[in-house]
Design a binder for this molecule. Sequence first.
Ligand SMILES: *[C@@H]1O[C@H](CO)[C@@H](O)[C@H](O)[C@H]1NC(C)=O
Ligand SMILES: *[C@@H]1O[C@H](CO)[C@@H](O)[C@H](O)[C@H]1NC(C)=O
Ligand SMILES: *[C@@H]1O[C@H](CO)[C@@H](O)[C@H](O)[C@H]1NC(C)=O
Ligand SMILES: *[C@@H]1O[C@H](CO)[C@@H](O)[C@H](O)[C@H]1NC(C)=O
Length: 303
Amino acid sequence: MSGYPSLVLRLLITFYTALAAAETSQTPLATAGYKVGQLIPVSCLNRTTDTGEHITENGQLSYIPFPPTGGCNETGRPLELVFGVEKDINCTIDFVDDPFFHLLEFYVHNDAPLTCRIPTRPLPPSALKEEYEEGTKDMTEGQGALSEVYTPMIVALTGTLQLSHLHVSTSLNVLVHAAPKSVAPGTIAAATAYSISREPPTRIVIGDALPLHFSVRWYPNTSLPSGWAGVGGHLTFSTLVYCLISAGASAAICLAYFRGVELPRRLKMHGKDRIGGMERGAGLGGYGIANGGGYGYGIGKRD
Ligand SMILES: *[C@@H]1O[C@H](CO)[C@@H](O)[C@H](O)[C@H]1NC(C)=O
Ligand SMILES: *[C@@H]1O[C@H](CO)[C@@H](O)[C@H](O)[C@H]1NC(C)=O
Ligand SMILES: *[C@@H]1O[C@H](CO)[C@@H](O)[C@H](O)[C@H]1NC(C)=O
Ligand SMILES: *[C@@H]1O[C@H](CO)[C@@H](O)[C@H](O)[C@H]1NC(C)=O
């Protein structure tokens, strides 16, 4: 009898110990996330300029800081997103050299995608250093490390290819989804970027500057909020206006019908009843006259 409560107690102690152990093992993971405002470096796949093929080093894909021509002219640093901060970022490539121009041709002509990536969680200082320097090492050392995980970000750069030059849509939207805070705080779940045709495409020849404009938006989970409620059947202002207008039109048609068709008929019927009442037994002739003369006849008859 006395063994049962002690077993329960022991189970409880085991349970709480396990819980405490789980919590302490969770802590390093929780602190490994990005803080709002922390910088996230963007790197992209290095490609050969003659075929646009990806370059590998030691069997690993080789990612290099973007832009590959020595950083954005505005900051002198590679392109960086800011965790949880929605902002517009200008990144001008000061001088489009011959190799980069050929890569642009591949991207715009859809021969090769502009394949980029961002660290899913902050990189350890050693890996971060390589992210900014032109280190091509790709997860060869820290392959097992939880912290060196990347999220792909394909940049759909659009434009048109001409004989001597390129037209590039240089305004891009960047969408970044964070993992829900309750699941993995400070962690990136997915990202993408695409050109928008906000203004006419920029004409580019070798030696020009390429002014890129990124509009970055962040989402707190992986579901996309509904952006255009009108089509989905939600009540919007335009739906409301449509309803009001059609209600008004229906009322007008009803009124017109009543005035033009229903009211005369009722008045006619009314007259008929009167005539019928006054000339009881007048027979078909009376009805005929009443039908033809209508209301006026009825009144006249009464006078
Ligand atoms: C990209 O690859 C080319 C060809 O292998 C190489 O010459 C170049 O240094 C690489 N770029 C960077 C930034 O490492
Ligand atoms: C980016 O550049 C455009 C002009 O090209 C300018 O109007 C805009 O203010 C700049 N935005 C930022 C955030 O610097
Ligand atoms: C890039 O920056 C340098 C120095 O800040 C400046 O002289 C140059 O005009 C800039 N280029 C472009 C295309 O804005
Ligand atoms: C995702 O985040 C949005 C806010 O942008 C919120 O309205 C929505 O409920 C969230 N969805 C889930 C499944 O948590």
